[in-house]
Design a protein around this ligand. Structure first.
Ligand code: ZN
Ligand code: ZN
Length: 361
C-alpha cells in the first residue's frame, strides 16, 4: 500500500438511526483487500436517500445499523490498490455510486440493472450496510468504481454519481425524441436542476414546474417555459395550462419531487403514449395511486430510475461525458463534514437550493 500522509480517517456516522443525530469520528484508514481500491475522497454529495437511510424511512428493508457511515455520491483519488487490481491506477480519479459493487453476471446485471444485482455475495450499497462516502477514505470495488473524466471538476462531478445519473437514465429510458416536451416537476431542486439541463442536452424542450420563486433559476438553466404550480387553483387547470403550453401534452413527466400529489397529477399532463418517470419517492403513508384508467386510455408507460435504482455503468459514463463537454453545470453549495446533521435538517425543511456537497479534505 502506498504511504499516506494522513493517518486518521474522519467519518460522519449515524449515531441513532431513526433520528438525525450524527457523530463525527476518527477511524483508522482501511486497507483494500484483493480486487478493492482505497479512495481518498475529496467530495461527497448529500442525497435525499441518505436522509431516508439515516431516518429509517424505507419500509420492508432491515433498519440502518447504528454507526453506519452514509453517503453514495463520492469522488476522489485512488491512493492504494489491493492484490490483483490491474485496471485502476493509483492517482486516477474515480467516483463511488449508490451501487458500490455488483457481480456483473446475473440476469439483472447483464441488462444494465446493476443496482438490482441478485448476487448476495457480491452486491453492496454504499452508505447502507457498507461504509459510504461521508468519510475521508473509502474502500470500494475496483471493477465497479466509475472513472471520472479529467476535464470534469471533482466537486461538480459528485452529485452526478446518483442525482445526475438517475435523471439522465430516466430521460434516456423514456425514449424521448428530439423536440419532445418534458415536464420536470420539482425543477428547482437537486435532481430537477440537473434534469432541466440533461433534457436540453438530449434535444428535448423543457416545461419546469416549481414554486414561483424558482422561475428565474429554472429559466437560467435552460427551461423553455415555467409553471408555478401554486398559481393554478385546481389539478384540472394545471393540466389544461400544461396541454396549452406543450400543444397537446408532454411526452415525458419526470417527477423529481417526493410528492405523491405530483404522481397523481402526472398522467393528466401527458399526450398519447407518454411516459411518467419516477424519481422522487413519496412517503409510503401518503402515496396516491396513479389512475390506471388514464394509463390505459392514453397507453402511458411508467418507469423508475429513482435514487435507489439509478443507472448502469454505461449510463453514468454517458452522463459524465455530457457534463465534461460543458452541457451540464451542477449548482452546489459546499459544506463541511461536521455540518451533515444541519444539512439533513435543512433538507427536511426544504431549504436546500441545488445540491449540497461535503468538502471532505
Ligand atoms: Zn449481478
Ligand atoms: Zn442518491
Amino acid at each position: 500500500m502506498a504511504s499516506l500522509t494522513q493517518t486518521v480517517n474522519r467519518a460522519a456516522t449515524y449515531a441513532e438511526p431513526g433520528t438525525l443525530k450524527i457523530c463525527i469520528q476518527e477511524l483508522p484508514i482501511p486497507r483494500p483487500a484483493a480486487g478493492e481500491i482505497l479512495v481518498r475522497l475529496a467530495f461527497s454529495g448529500v442525497c435525499h436517500t441518505d436522509y431516508a437511510f439515516c431516518m429509517n424511512k424505507f419500509r420492508g428493508i432491515p433498519a440502518t445499523p447504528k454507526g453506519q457511515i452514509g453517503g453514495h455520491e463520492g469522488v476522489g483519488e485512488v491512493v492504494a490498490v489491493g492484490d490483483g487490481v490491474r485496471t485502476v491506477a493509483v492517482g486516477s480519479h474515480v467516483g463511488i455510486k449508490y451501487t458500490a459493487a455488483a457481480c456483473l453476471n446475473c440476469e439483472n446485471c447483464l441488462v444494465g440493472g446493476e443496482s438490482s444485482c441478485t448476487s448476495t455475495a457480491t452486491f453492496k450499497l454504499s452508505g447502507y450496510m457498507t461504509p459510504g462516502t461521508f468519510q475521508q477514505y473509502c474502500i470500494t470495488s475496483a471493477q465497479y468504481a466509475t472513472p471520472i473524466p479529467a476535464s470534469l471538476d471533482l466537486a461538480a462531478a459528485a452529485p452526478l454519481m446518483c442525482g445526475g445519473v438517475s435523471v439522465y437514465a430516466g430521460l434516456k429510458r423514456s425514449g424521448l425524441q428530439l423536440g419532445d416536451w418534458v415536464v420536470v416537476s420539482g425543477a428547482g431542486g437537486g435532481l430537477g436542476h440537473l434534469a432541466i439541463q440533461y433534457a436540453r442536452a438530449l434535444g428535448a424542450r423543457v416545461l419546469a414546474i416549481d414554486a414561483g420563486a424558482k422561475e428565474a433559476f429554472c429559466r437560467e438553466l435552460g427551461a423553455d417555459t415555467f409553471v408555478d404550480y401554486r398559481a393554478l387553483d385546481s389539478d384540472e387547470r394545471l393540466a389544461e395550462h400544461i396541454h396549452r403550453l406543450t400543444e397537446g401534452g408532454a411526452k415525458v413527466a419526470l417527477i423529481c419531487a417526493a410528492s405523491s400529489k405530483a404522481y397523481g397529477q402526472a398522467p393528466s399532463w401527458l399526450r398519447f403514449r407518454g411516459c411518467v418517470v419516477a424519481l422522487g419517492i413519496p412517503d409510503a403513508s401518503v402515496s396516491q395511486a396513479i389512475s390506471i384508467f388514464q394509463v390505459v386510455s392514453l397507453e402511458l408507460r411508467l418507469i423508475a430510475t429513482a435514487g435507489v435504482k439509478t443507472g448502469s455503468r454505461l449510463e453514468v459514463k454517458e452522463c459524465l461525458d455530457i457534463a465534461a463537454r460543458g452541457l451540464v453545470k451542477t449548482k452546489l453549495q459546499l459544506r463541511k463534514l461536521d455540518e451533515l446533521e444541519t444539512v439533513f435538517h435543512e433538507m427536511h425543511a426544504g431549504q436546500v437550493a441545488g445540491r449540497v456537497v461535503l468538502d471532505l479534505q
